[in-house]
Design a protein. Sequence first.
Length: 414
Amino acid sequence: MSETRSPAAPPSRPSAAVAAAALGLLLGLQPLSTDLYLPAFPALTRDLAAPMHLAQLTLSALLLAFGAAQLLWGPLADRWGRRPVLQAGLALYLLASLGAMLAGDIRMLVAARVVQGLGLAAAVVVARATVRDLYEPHEGARVMSLALSGLGLIAIGSPLVGGWVAQQFGWRGTFAFIALFTLAVALFVRLRLPETLPRRDLRALHPPTLLANWRRIVVHPTFFAWASLSACTYGALYVFLAGSPFVYIETLGLSPAQYGLVLVTSSLAYLLGTFVCRRWLLRHGMTGTIQRASAFTLAGGLSMGALSLAGVQAVWAIALPQMAIAFGHGMHQSCGQAGAVGPFREQAGTASALAGFMLAALAFGIGRWLGLALDGSSQPVALGIAFWATLTALVGWTLVRRHGSPLPAAAASR
């Protein structure tokens, strides 16, 4: 063991409040990357004379880079420690945000968003791995829920701020705001978040070791159950994020500011879900919480799909069902992100990376589909959300129910 592991610069344990605040800010960069510029999405498309499939790439390409880069950042974080990877990722994300602000055409913007995705991946991988460094899975789910409450506050503020900034300063102003926010986050985590990796894995980047770790993690039933839950619930959210600006603004006639207000209703429901999650975890455990959350997800998905098939095109027909889905999403992600890395204390960075890659690859595929499916009506978005919400509930009631207990990897392989 001494040949493959070495102590990191000795880890210290921050308070739960500091850990949750840091994790919330780091994870909050993800909705900031998407929600803040959504009110400006149609205007951006017009200003850069971009075809729909390239406009969608400003979102889906970010997520593809975000997913793929995690496969590298995770092992790097296991090898060199959490802080160096985090600091490099935040610096890259900040520079890319400035590049997006200055982009002269849609292809330059897509390229800047790809680099943003690379930096974002480091922040999210380290955040998830830090939870496992500091806490056992059940406790980690509670801390993750607290962190995701902070993320929910960022998600609430992002469309409101984005709508106002877009109206005052145009779409470029949204990326300037993201750059300033990122600088503040980088300063906070540098000052308050210590190194948390107990021991560096000196062979984490060795190809045979890396491939063996990937295989052991991917075939682990607990990992697959929780990672699938996180991916499916994010699939429903991503259809909403990528498609709703065009439905609400162009089809239903809302202004960017009005759209931001409607988006807040979903974020408030998500925030409520993270609060309820912490209560239900104490009473019902992780799998019991997901069984109950899945009922809300399914109800929202089926009602949205039914209203769409009935020909109802109205703000409430999407916004109300989406609130039920977002409520469940607050619990699915809190438990899913903690549960996926639960069995892998020694390879938490690598497990976090693989879970994130699954999620982002799925979102990229959905983005490409949306670029072809959007037809000026609300039906493609509504039916897409309904499909992924239903699949989320099915995963929660089958895979998570059967394999959700986060047993150690060694125990599962026997």
